[in-house]
Design a protein around this ligand. Structure first.
Ligand SMILES: [Zn+2]
Length: 584
């Protein structure tokens, strides 16, 4: 080789080295990750370094000099740029998936087999099944060389140490909702045992496979790999396994009363990619003292009962009223006639039927049930029942005045059929979180009190105290104007909204959306979850918003492919969040 060639070769090398350094490092696409997984061939004794060596020697890496260079630098213990580090974190996730995917499914089966639902009259921390669960986690943690603490049988803590005092809390829960075993049957007749993980095709059936034992398992395998590969972390990672998420929710507050609260928190119990906002919930309970029917022109009928939602968050499918009357047949005819006009005038998407019985009339309003956080998904029969009662009173004095007609005029004047709080003047909307919603839901009757509850879901943008003041003023003005005996109680919870520009939430968003090929957009929720009041709390998966969520249902299942992706994503996420110089 002559000197001239040597010189030009040196130039070419330095040129290519400069080019490698200067160009931004684009991370592995979801497509490329798939190729890596498909090509990987690793055995029980393989380690991350061997996986890296194998991966960069694959054909599909030959035209990816930037990525190869990043891996080579890592293998030579050289310092990496942020972009290069992110590539290695992604590869660590892929390695964990390939190496431990099968084992992780077995661990999930082991945890699903422990029936950790609430037993009446037994506190979760006294329930032997939870003690068994705790022992199982302790054994896994020991096997994985991870620190484990059982905090008074309330919370099980698995941790990884970092180089500072900062703590990131990963939240998952050990408890599950109860099962009705007879409903655990597939369409083809196959019977399932809810507490035995059954793999059929690409699904793993079993209570807790999706909500939320899967979250515990993938986190523990992520931590195991980070531990055994000596990945240095700048902060501590605490997996906090809750035991009361589905019931009293008092285990995590108990834990925080005795342990430091993590500065950053994420829960693996919602939807991908990253939910950074949750509306504040509110309840407005109007308590009407029961009173005997009072003369109303020639009315002889009296409403003695109305049904509504059994809970403040439930818009039921129907509301039923019982009306006593000396002439059931005549009253039913009269009500059905007015019902027809009322239904037609109000959209026609619900029904009202009056049935004459021996001594009374049963009046049924049928709508469409929904969760009160999404009233647009239903047709509320409770508000329609009260509005119809008020309508009949205005049209023609049909019912004697009592607490039910009081409640009907209260609903008509303050809430109406609208579900954005327009009638009472509290309607507003947030660009990202959407509109305030109001749903007339709960109806209850006890201790001589008739109660009607309205559930609010409030985005950010209004001061809660001002909102409460507005509601109080409007409702007391109505009350004194109508001279109705009424006791109102208003409770409002603050909405949650994390800074969408913060590095913490953006790192999470990158990891989730790049691996899942989702649009790079944060999620918002109308319901409050366990992260609502936690510092920098967000939901991070593990359900795909495009797929039907099966948690809480019979035949609950987790897709195998999604479980493996979760394992990969959570590993990458723990490494990424653990290694960022600052999360602020
Ligand atoms: Zn859950």
């Amino acid at each position: 080789m002559n000197i001239l060639v040597k010189a030009s070769l040196a130039l070419a090398i330095s040129f290519s080295a400069n080019w490698v350094q200067a160009s931004p490092v684009e991370n592995l696409s979801a497509e490329m990750s798939k190729q890596i997984v498909a090509a990987a061939d690793i055995g029980p004794s393989s380690r991350f370094d061997g996986f890296l060596a194998q991966t960069i020697s694959q054909d599909f890496f030959s035209d990816k000099p930037v990525l190869v260079h990043a891996v080579e630098k890592y293998r030579a213990s050289k310092s990496l740029s942020d972009g290069e580090l992110h590539v290695l974190q992604r590869l660590l996730g892929l390695y964990t998936r390939v190496k431990h995917g099968h084992d992780a499914m077995n661990t999930l089966a082991q945890l699903v087999a422990i029936p950790t639902f609430r037993v009446d009259g037994v506190e979760q921390h006294d329930n032997p099944e939870f003690h068994k669960f705790s022992r199982a986690l302790a054994a896994i943690a020991e096997d994985f060389n991870l620190a484990f603490r059982n905090v008074d049988d309330r919370v099980y803590e698995v941790s990884l140490k970092g180089s500072s005092n900062e703590v990131v809390g990963i939240h998952a829960h050990a408890d599950v909702v109860p099962v009705t075993p007879s409903l655990w049957q597939l369409e083809d007749g196959t019977k399932l045992d809810p507490f035995k993980l059954t793999r059929l095709g690409n699904r793993m059936y079993g209570r807790g496979t999706e909500d939320d034992k899967n979250g515990i398992v993938v986190s523990m395998y992520a931590m195991k790999v980070i531990q055994e590969e000596n990945i240095p972390l700048m902060r501590n990672i605490h997996l906090l396994v809750d035991t009361t998420e589905e019931t009293s929710s008092d285990a995590i507050p108990y834990y925080f009363s005795k342990n430091p609260t993590p500065k950053y928190n994420l829960a693996l119990d919602g939807g991908y990619p990253v939910v950074i906002a949750e509306k504040g919930t509110g309840s407005i309970l109007a308590n009407f003292p029961e009173r005997a029917g009072e003369k109303n022109e020639n009315a002889t009928a009296e409403i003695i009962a109305v049904s509504g939602g059994l809970a403040i968050n439930q818009i039921p499918g129907a509301s039923v009223a019982v009306v006593t009357t000396p002439e059931p047949k005549n009253l039913a005819v009269q009500l059905n006639k007015m019902a027809k006009a009322f239904v037609n005038a109000n959209g026609g998407n619900f029904s009202i039927v009056a049935d004459a019985r021996e001594h009374d009339v049963e009046l049924t309003v049928k709508g469409v049930s929904a969760h009160s956080s999404e009233p647009s998904g239903g047709v509320n029969p409770v508000s329609r029942m009260f509005m119809f009662i008020e309508y009949t009173q205005q049209k023609k004095a049909v019912f004697k005045f009592n607490h039910v007609t009081d409640a009907a005029s209260y609903i008509a004047a303050n809430w109406g059929l609208d579900f954005h709080g327009k009638t009472i003047g509290i309607d507003f909307s947030h660009d990202f979180m959407g509109p305030l919603t109001s749903s007339v839901t709960l109806v209850s009757q006890n201790n001589s009190t008739f109660t009607v509850g309205v559930n609010l879901r409030v985005p950010v943008g209004r001061d809660s105290a001002v909102l409460k003041q507005h509601l109080t003023e409007r409702l007391s003005a109505w009350q004194s104007d109508k001279s109705v005996a009424l006791d109102i109680s208003i409770a409002l919870r603050e909405p949650m909204y994390r800074n969408p520009k913060g590095p913490w939430v953006n790192a999470l968003l990158d990891v989730a959306t790049e691996n899942l090929s989702m649009p790079r957009e944060f999620g918002s929720s109308a319901g409050a979850t366990s992260v609502h009041n936690l510092p920098n709390g967000v939901q991070f998966g593990l359900a795909m918003p495009s797929k039907k969520y099966t948690g809480h249902n019979a035949n609950e299942f987790k897709r195998v492919e999604q479980f493996l992706l979760d394992l990969q994503i959570i590993t990458e996420m723990v490494a990424r969040v653990g290694q960022m110089p600052s999360l602020e």
